[in-house]
Design a protein. Structure first.
Length: 359
């Protein structure tokens, strides 16, 4: 399966993090080996350090037990020897890197286990102090605590940063899914506008044709021809919507509304002239939705369409006393709000008014 750009970016980030930890561990192993005076101890440190360098590459997941147990045992033995021989105290970092990798994977008791590992690392120091109290054992003790803190900071900070990166990636995926859902919602809304408007007009046209078929067959055929033309236009609009090239104009929707109201015997008055603008399509959709709602839900005798720069008002009488804003207008109100505009509806004395304004 082909990987996406986001998946490739996540893989690059994972490789970058892994290699950073590996190279950093290798660097500290080399520094520790340089600070030793015993050849065989230097060889042992390099071998155990090589295991720790490989082991830290498991930072993202829990390392296998077959690898953890021998590495912890070897690093513990190496640290014990370094304490009694007073070799490079920074070698404690190798032990704590190995210890902190599995501890950082745990969800609970991580702090307690990290502190326990420090206490266990101080046991050889305490034993050596009891055996040779005259020697200075402060340096190994301080070194163990400092190396434990450095390893814990390195691993836990890395886990925290990686968790943040995964959250950002999840948020990106969520935003992409939301964008797809919003586009589907917009498409469904536009499809509802096209099909709902057409079906209602077809219902009126066929009813009128049915009434005229006996008294005026020619007029009935004319109505059916208009219905056929409307169906063809709707099919074209649907195809345009599917391919993203549908264009709604305010002038076209006003002319269509006037024609429909005239056919339904409703007086329509239009004031102002449509002018092209950045929000022309939204105003056109308001006229279309308002026309459909008037024909479907009201019993009007008059309709008034008032067009002003960046403002549109559609008012009709015959509105039901309990009328509520139709869902189509509510969806359009969200689109107006997104461009800094507004769309409001009100009912007073049987007159339903839709008022849209662009920002």
């Amino acid at each position: 399966m082909e990987t996406t750009g986001a998946e490739r970016a996540l893989a690059r980030m994972r490789r970058y993090t892994s290699w950073s930890l590996v190279l950093m561990t290798a660097f500290f192993v080399v520094i520790s080996a340089v600070g030793t005076t015993s050849t065989w101890y230097r060889i042992a440190l390099i071998l155990v350090g090589a295991g720790a360098t490989y082991y830290i590459s498991w930072w993202e997941r829990m390392p296998p037990l077959w690898l953890t147990v021998p590495l912890v045992a070897a690093a513990s033995a190496l640290w014990t020897v370094s304490v009694f021989l007073l070799q490079s105290p920074i070698s404690a970092l190798v032990l704590f890197i190995i210890a902190m990798v599995p501890i950082s994977q745990l969800r609970r008791h991580r702090t307690a286990l990290a502190l326990l590992s420090v206490v266990l690392a101080l046991v050889p120091v305490a034993v050596a102090w009891l055996v040779w109290p005259e020697k200075l054992w402060v340096l190994p003790a301080v070194s163990a605590v400092a190396c434990a803190g450095a390893a814990a900071f390195l691993l836990f900070l890395n886990r925290y940063a990686w968790g943040l990166y995964l959250e950002i990636d999840a948020a990106r995926e969520l935003a992409a899914d939301l964008a797809v859902a919003q586009e589907r919602y917009r498409f469904a809304s536009d499809l509802h506008d096209i099909q709902g408007h057409t079906l209602h007009v077809l219902r009126l046209t066929t009813k009128l044709a049915g009434k005229l078929i006996d008294s005026d067959p020619d007029a009935a055929r004319a109505q059916l021809a208009e219905a056929d033309a409307l169906i063809a236009e709707t099919l074209a609009n649907t195809r345009s919507l599917a391919f993203g090239d549908r264009k709604v104009t305010l002038a076209g929707e006003v002319a269509n509304a006037e024609s429909l109201f005239e056919a339904a015997g409703i007086a329509c008055t239009t004031t102002g002239a449509p002018t092209p603008g950045p929000h022309e399509e939204l105003f056109g959709l308001v006229v279309r939705e308002a026309t459909t709602n008037i024909l479907r839900h009201a019993q009007p005798t008059t309709v008034t369409i008032a067009i002003e720069p960046q403002r549109l008002t559609v008012a009709n009488d015959g509105s039901p006393a309990t009328s509520r804003p139709p869902s189509g207008l509510a969806r359009l109100a969200e689109r107006f709000a997104a461009v800094g505009g507004s769309l409001r509806t009100s009912t007073r004395d049987g007159v339903f008014t839709t008022e849209a304004a662009a920002g």
